[in-house]
Design a protein around this ligand. Structure first.
Ligand SMILES: Nc1ncnc2c1ncn2[C@@H]1O[C@H](COP(=O)(O)OP(=O)(O)OP(=O)(O)O)[C@@H](O)[C@H]1O
Ligand SMILES: O=P(O)(O)OC[C@H]1O[C@](O)(CO)[C@@H](O)[C@@H]1O
Ligand SMILES: [Mg+2]
Length: 387
């Protein structure tokens, strides 16, 4: 029974992650492969390392890495990389991915042909929403062909945009790094006459990094996320509020997620190799509009724009992400040995679990603008509704 009237009871329906008494593969006969797809994320090497360690504990000898994402399955210039304890021992000390990443790549049927040709029994897929959609399609195709392959995902995204997961690995590290950029913007703004610091952070469709970095830094006056539309112009617009901040505080710091305010920019049909829409640059647009506005009203403003985009994800995992990666890597292997396929592993309500991939990739997880967290962020910044 729950005392919160808004809380609805859901029966337990996920499997708790971890080792099982009965395993469905003979370890010595297993060939396991690991692939990392999409953009970079702190912790990829930590997960690769733990998968290799855990496979070896089970007694698996044949472990390979597929280079540069799904592309590596079908590009004859990209060979399988043999992986062992010795090879992966220190890879967690650096960011990036030992195996490389990529977007786009071959068709599902070509990937499964390659899995068949390479005689892979277990495939560990590290990636975001797109990668997981691919992993599920690979699983379906393997089933159709009656191939006994365990396809197990480990969700990777600094954006934290995977449904049902408390958080994904890399997110914590990205927030910590983003905070450094915010701190620099704050110092620049504070030290300039009428300084305005502007920081653009990643977050194609979700504002989790921007919201958490704003909250953790405590230095942000305005936080803008894709989930909450805003206006620049007009009496309730953002520029008016900035004017107020400059007049009252003498400085302002703004944090904008890359997917925010797209309705203010010219639309383009361009997509990247994976089919993701190429977004307009809201950071540059805001920088220009703020400068134009203050020039127009005749108030001096010194705008300093920081875009730490790739710096927040091309770094090594912090301590909390390193632990998360360790658990997820181990659980991915336990899941494959338990005979699961088409699953992914994550942390859900503080429990490590296995989830069916289709449940987590239906749509990206987004910040709920009615959530306590977003309201905490608004309380912390003191910003208005820019409508
Ligand atoms: N719906 C889909 N079905 C099959 N494969 C897909 C699908 N969407 C994307 N992929 C493949 O998955 C890989 C990674 O996709 P994508 O570039 O969207 O990254 P992602 O996994 O979403 O990670 P990130 O969080 O960095 O965007 C690509 O090789 C792409 O071709
Ligand atoms: O420039 P790239 O490598 O395509 O990656 C950019 C994308 O990566 C993400 O952080 C997801 O990992 C998105 O927020 C962002 O749009
Ligand atoms: Mg994606």
């Amino acid at each position: 029974e729950c005392i919160d009237p808004d809380c609805s009871w859901v029966e337990q329906w996920v499997h708790r992650a971890g080792p099982r008494k009965q395993i469905y593969y003979e370890p010595k006969e297993v060939k396991a492969a690991i692939v990392t797809c999409g953009g970079l994320c702190p912790g990829l090497n930590d997960v690769i390392r733990q998968i290799v360690f855990t496979l070896e504990k089970y007694g698996v000898k044949n472990i390979v890495g597929i280079q540069f994402g799904y592309r590596g399955f079908c590009d004859e210039n990209l060979r399988e990389v043999p992986l062992s304890h010795q090879v992966v021992q220190n890879i967690n000390l650096a960011g990036g991915s030992l195996l490389g990443v990529s977007r786009g790549g071959p068709s599902i049927s070509d990937i499964v042909d390659s899995i068949q040709a390479k005689a892979i029994d277990m495939l560990f897929v590290l990636g975001g929403n797109g990668t997981h959609a691919g992993a599920n399609a690979i699983h379906d195709e393997c089933c159709k062909r009656k191939m006994k392959v365990s396809v197990v995902g480990v969700p990777k995204t600094i954006d934290n945009d995977i449904q049902l997961m408390d958080k994904t690995f890399g997110f914590d590290t990205a927030v910590e790094e983003a905070q450094r950029a915010i701190n620099s913007a704050y110092i620049e703004a504070e030290s300039a006459y009428h300084g305005i610091g502007l920081v653009k952070l990643m977050g194609r469709s979700s504002g989790f990094i921007a919201m958490h970095a704003s909250l953790s830094s405590g230095q942000i006056d305005i936080c803008l996320i894709p989930e909450v539309p805003f206006k620049l112009e007009g009496p309730n617009g953002l520029l008016q509020h900035l004017e107020h901040l400059i007049k009252t505080k003498g400085k302002a710091v703004v944090c904008v997620a890359e997917g925010a305010g797209q309705e203010l920019l010219q639309k383009s049909d361009a997509t990247d190799a994976s089919g993701n829409v190429v977004l307009g640059d809201i950071g540059v647009h805001m920088q220009q509009q703020i400068k134009r506005h203050f020039k127009y009203i005749g108030v001096p403003a010194d705008v300093k724009y920081i875009d730490p985009t790739y710096m927040v994800r091309a770094c090594r995992a912090n301590a909390s992400d390193a632990i998360l990666c360790t658990v997820l890597g181990q659980n991915a292997v336990h899941g494959a040995f338990a005979g699961f396929s088409g699953i992914t592993t994550g942390i859900c309500n503080n429990h490590y679990v296995y989830l069916p991939i289709p449940e987590v990739v239906r749509s990206p997880r987004r910040v709920d603008s009615n959530s306590r967290m977003w309201h905490r962020c608004l309380t912390s910044t003191g910003q208005a509704d820019f409508h």
